[in-house]
Design a protein around this ligand. Structure first.
Ligand SMILES: *[C@@H]1O[C@H](CO)[C@@H](O)[C@H](O)[C@H]1NC(C)=O
Ligand SMILES: *[C@@H]1O[C@H](CO)[C@@H](O)[C@H](O)[C@H]1NC(C)=O
Ligand SMILES: *[C@@H]1O[C@H](CO)[C@@H](O)[C@H](O)[C@H]1NC(C)=O
Ligand SMILES: *[C@@H]1O[C@H](CO)[C@@H](O)[C@H](O)[C@H]1NC(C)=O
Length: 181
């Protein structure tokens, strides 16, 4: 009778407060840089999901960063090879990070972003609060206005029938005491 176990767990990180040494030197480094090659399909899916959620609340789009994508790819492969696809410890990451752990099902990039954006229903923007017993940090990172770049990767642990999705955001969102937008 029991269907295959389906489970999705999302995890966000918060950043302590003002990032002391936040780089404020060159705000337009990559603005307007032409994209030399088309993005991989997964990148397009990650971007589209994020940018739809951002547009829905009047926040500008993220752009894809191959540097962030490479960093997330390295980490997600480490978690696959050494940690059975468990969540990575991002508490000292210089980037913002969202993760999705999934068991018993295949998770496409757009599904992962959908799970994160679903937290929106618990989030109250009027006073920047989250319903009791719920978390909103994954959603607020998705729509964080000051985050401009995105890079994500996924890995599957076939033996465990689990997978992990990691997205990095730069500059990081979820700065304590700040509203996302
Ligand atoms: C940032 O971009 C604006 C508009 O594209 C440009 O006018 C300005 O000079 C740029 N600033 C730097 C530091 O490159
Ligand atoms: C990301 O990795 C690819 C493939 O290894 C490499 O070609 C590219 O230069 C890297 N990009 C950055 C910004 O490190
Ligand atoms: C994550 O790493 C930090 C140090 O960077 C450590 O203090 C913390 O206990 C770790 N958290 C978990 C869940 O392992
Ligand atoms: C959101 O917060 C405001 C201010 O605390 C409150 O008046 C409003 O009822 C809340 N909205 C929802 C849907 O809970």
């Amino acid at each position: 009778m029991a269907a295959a176990l389906l489970m999705l767990i999302a995890l966000a990180i918060s950043h302590g407060s003002a990032q002391g040494a936040a780089p404020s030197t060159s705000p337009n480094t990559s603005a307007g840089t032409p994209e030399p090659v088309p993005l991989p399909k997964a990148a397009e899916e990650f971007l589209q999901g994020h940018n739809q959620a951002r547009a829905a609340v009047g926040v500008g789009p993220l752009t894809w960063s191959s540097q962030l994508a490479n960093a997330s790819s390295l980490l997600v492969r480490y978690q696959r090879n050494n940690m059975g696809c468990k969540f990575a410890n991002l508490s000292s990451s210089k980037y913002g990070g969202n993760q999705l752990w999934a068991g018993g099902q295949i998770v496409t990039p757009s599904m992962a972003v959908d799970v994160w954006v679903k937290e929106k229903e618990y989030y109250n923007h009027t006073d920047n609060s989250c319903l009791p017993d719920h978390r909103c940090g994954v959603y607020t990172q998705v729509v964080w206005r000051k985050s401009l770049q995105l890079g994500c990767a996924q890995a599957a642990c076939v033996k465990e029938d689990t997978s992990l999705t990691i997205c990095f955001y730069d500059p990081p969102g979820n700065v304590v005491g700040e509203s996302p937008y």
